[in-house]
Design a protein around this ligand. Sequence first.
Ligand code: URA
Length: 283
Amino acid sequence: MTKSASQDEMLALLDWFQAMGADVAVDETSRDWLSRGPIPPGANYAWPGRDDVAHVPAASPATRQSPHPSRQEGVLRPRATTPLGASEAETGARRIARDVSSLEGLEAALQAFDGCGLKSTATKLCFYRGAPQADLMIIGEAPGRDEDLAGKPFVGRAGRLLDKMLGAIGLGEANVHITNIVYWRPPGNRTPTPQEALACRPFLERQIELVAPKILIAVGGAAAKELFGVTEGIMRLRGKWREVTVGDRTIAAMATLHPAYLLRTPAAKQLAWQDLLQIRSKL
Ligand code: URA
């Protein structure tokens, strides 16, 4: 015999959901994600180049001018297939990103991309905020709750501090391009896994090529590790210029402290200020 839950039990369950990071309702009706069986998110996605995939031909240069390039550019038709490993997801993403020739096309390709598991729990794609082409490109870790709802990176508390930091060296949305190493919010704001970052990486590299910045800034340890391919902590990485090669361009890059960390640790703002001054003089 089943006993219905009391109000206290329901509230305790709600508290537990919140503690686990489920802090937003994404649908009016609840879904039993386990009922679909052992099929992981992204399993029903087929990749270009695989034998079992049907392609829509890539766009001609003329049709690439369309405001909806994804409808022409390397569009894929999903078909049931076997689950993908991280490197297969990256290879597929690279094939898609390579054929995209504009930021609008890249956004549409990301909207159609099911190779990163984060998409299945996120509300919105968070592509970028700021100028489409900019000398300075800021790369953060991942969208949080506010970003997930707004569909834009760095719009919450940390984002407001980031804007103030940029404003202090005379920069704003008109001359900075802001994005993250993954384009969807990780559940409970956890750090993205290496597999999730790898699946998004080809899109990020194409984004860097299209934005064509003079300087790349990784904010926070996760973004710095992913961008530079290193394992050191942020305190060792920050404030030092290095070079990142994307396509045929080598770009000056630096890591700095994440504004969310600065909100928790105001004493570290002096280090971030030193980094900002270096960025200003490099620009
Ligand atoms: N933190 C990040 O790293 N990125 C965002 O977009 C928001 C918060």
